[in-house]
Ligand binder design. Structure first.
Ligand SMILES: Cc1ncc(COP(=O)(O)O)c(C=O)c1O
Length: 222
């Protein structure tokens, strides 16, 4: 497969390259893959049961109605959300690309709070946007200086800000107060705020869903 999309270098993360393993004369189970974050115990029995009972002899509901209703029921504690506020994708990566396609275009700027997951940059550049990246420092244990991040957002005036929380690959995470401060800054500067909570294991997501914020929640595999 080509390593670039529209001239933008692909983000390489997760999963083994079986062609590479063949060339190295290795088998997949002989390699410890530190680039994935999957449950070593496998999926829950309830997930196995749901998959086994899924009707694979017909196309699924393209509007994912049942799933979106279940998500709304689960999220009720976070306030009353309209059904239309939930969008389902085949994994968070598909949604990251869909957001970039829907909200970015040439002439727009996006801000990434890094170092972080590579798909935000590639999806944004492929949509034609320019990217500015705030860099947390290794010497600070990659802890974010929220005042510096908000100053960067105010200075750069991006149309969209990507936050990965908890962050991949640094493992740092922002508490609710810090996330709300970033959300407020984005609201004041007119930026859409995208929070990727793929690794949020808490029962309660850190980011309350609001009009100008988009939250990406975890997939069943993680
Ligand atoms: C931070 C982050 N967001 C999104 C994704 C993509 O998740 P999915 O497998 O649900 O597409 C990953 C996958 O590694 C990730 O690390």
């Amino acid at each position: 497969m080509s390593n670039s999309t529209h001239g933008v270098e692909r983000a390489v993360h997760g999963a083994l390259d079986y062609g590479e393993l063949e060339r190295l004369n290795l088998r997949p189970w002989e390699v410890l893959d530190f680039s994935v974050n999957a449950n070593p115990y496998g999926p829950s029995p309830r997930v196995r049961e749901a998959v086994a009972n899924a009707a694979i002899d017909r196309y699924p509901d393209r509007e994912c109605l049942e799933l979106r209703r279940a998500i709304i029921d689960y999220e009720v504690a976070a306030g009353s959300l309209p059904l239309g506020s939930i969008v389902c994708g085949n994994g968070a990566a598909e949604l990251i690309w869909a957001i970039a396609r829907a909200y970015l275009k040439p002439g727009l700027k996006t801000a990434i709070i890094g170092p972080t997951f590579g798909e935000y940059r590639v999806a944004s550049l492929t949509a034609g946007a320019t990217v500015v990246e705030f860099q947390a420092q290794a010497t600070e244990g990659f802890q974010l200086d929220i005042a510096a991040v908000t100053a960067c957002i105010r200075r750069e005036q991006p149309s969209l800000v990507w936050l990965c929380n908890p962050n991949n690959p640094t493992g740092t995470w922002l508490g609710r107060q810090d996330v709300l401060e970033l959300a407020e800054t984005c609201q004041r500067t007119g930026a859409m705020f995208v929070v990727d909570e793929a690794y949020c294991c808490a029962d309660e997501p850190l980011m309350p869903t609001s009009r100008r914020a988009t939250t990406l929640s975890s997939s069943a595999a993680k």
